[in-house]
Design a protein around this ligand. Structure first.
Ligand code: UD1
Length: 358
């Protein structure tokens, strides 16, 4: 069985790593790894392949950045000849980025069966590009692997047949549990002169938060206030860096420490040592739940409801008062800690490979 696995953007790499490992243990399956090149900087891509032990991609489409239409179309145009050459039995896509839908669409149009890992997640917010990617990818997939029960429920409500859906757990958590010990050895706290549990970590990159000058300015102002209490460490995404520069948003480096995007191990160490995390990322909501670090999500909704219902996540939106109240509660020991969702046990990729092999 030949299976083309697609990775394109940073959050894909931690999902692809355990899948490549698990599939390789099944001699009947022959993996072909395709990197679309949606993310291409060393710190957004190459570093993750190295740290997570992902093999060098068999093919790199090198699409780079562009508008949604340009990027999606370019991935499709460059992916089609790869499938025509390799003639796989399956294409496997993960997550919800533009590479996910672009490669999924090419696969089904060529009659190749499509597998979606992390299927069924819904924010019910169609202004998010990822929500469109999720709905479309799920609607054309033949096998859908879900990380949490809400994913199964959403797919059933949308009329997806039960026999296509498998609740297998979370491949991103496979990677976290596998690398946790190694991450403990990271020197990042010393490098940044930080003391355990005496700082906050922030990440921001959602267009809804960073492409609007007022909203970004408002969030940065709150971070400055939080930074008076304990330093805010902010590994900054290229999109956010560009916006901050173009609007000339100024900050006090004593309060907010902007640093380049970190590799996986340093970031894991940083988050696990933080007192609170403020983020608009999807994956970090899941990682903080496992690490039992209170997470304040700077969004009004989440496609990962089990992190709120069971885990350490709390939706606070972008209202400064709400953010400050939640931050102060967390600082006073009233932050959420929560429980680990079912099947987030480090074995999701093994379950997926076993299902595909039978
Ligand atoms: C993409 C995903 C988003 C995911 C995020 C993680 C889509 C629609 N969005 O958003 O779901 O959460 O990745 O990071 O697929 N850039 C660089 N170097 C890079 C990559 C990008 O400098 O290696 C810059 C470019 O100027 C680019 C901008 O960042 O225009 C945004 O990159 P893009 O891939 O379009 O979207 P992300 O915001 O990263």
């Amino acid at each position: 069985m030949k299976i083309v696995l697609v990775a394109g953007a940073r959050p894909n790499f931690m999902k692809i790593a355990p899948l490549m490992g698990a599939i390789k243990k099944h001699p009947s399956m022959q993996p072909v790894l395709v990197h679309t090149g949606q993310h291409y900087d060393e710190r957004m891509s190459g570093l993750f392949f190295h740290e997570l032990g992902i093999p060098k991609p068999d093919v790199n489409l090198e699409v780079g950045s562009g508008s949604h239409a340009v990027q999606t179309a370019e991935i499709m145009t460059r992916f089609e000849p790869v499938l025509l050459e390799h003639k796989p039995d399956y294409v496997l896509v993960v997550g919800d980025v533009n590479s996910t839908i672009a490669c999924g669409l090419v696969a089904v149009k060529l009659g190749v069966r499509l597998i979606h890992v992390e299927a069924g997640l819904r924010s019910f917010d169609r202004t998010m590009p990822e929500e469109i990617n999720r709905i479309l990818t799920d609607s054309i997939s033949d096998i859908l692997f879900c990380s949490e029960q809400s994913g199964v429920d959403n797919l059933l409500k949308e009329g997806v047949s039960n026999n296509k859906i498998h609740l297998v757990g979370n491949v991103m958590i496979d990677t976290l549990l596998h690398h946790r010990e190694k991450a403990e050895k990271s020197r990042i706290l010393d490098d940044l002169q930080l003391k355990k549990k005496e700082f906050t970590v922030t990440t921001l990159h959602r267009p809804a938060n960073v492409d609007d000058q007022d909203i970004l300015g408002r969030i940065i102002s709150v971070l400055q206030i939080i930074g008076e209490d304990a330093p805010v460490v902010f590994p900054i995404h290229p999109r956010t860096r560009q916006r901050m520069a173009s609007w000339d948003i100024k900050t006090d480096p004593e309060k907010i420490k902007f640093i380049d995007p970190l590799g996986y191990l340093d970031f894991l160490k940083l988050v696990s040592s933080a007192c609170v995390v403020l983020t608009d990322s999807g994956g970090i909501q899941e990682e903080t739940t496992i690490l039992k670090v209170p997470c304040l999500t700077l969004r009004e909704n989440t496609e990962r409801p089990c992190t709120v219902e069971l885990g350490s996540n709390q939706l606070v939106g972008t209202d400064p008062e709400k953010i400050m109240a939640a931050y102060q509660a967390a600082q006073n020991g009233k932050g959420k800690v929560g429980d680990i969702p079912p099947l987030w046990d480090g074995k999701a990729a093994e379950r997926i490979a076993a299902i595909l092999d039978c």
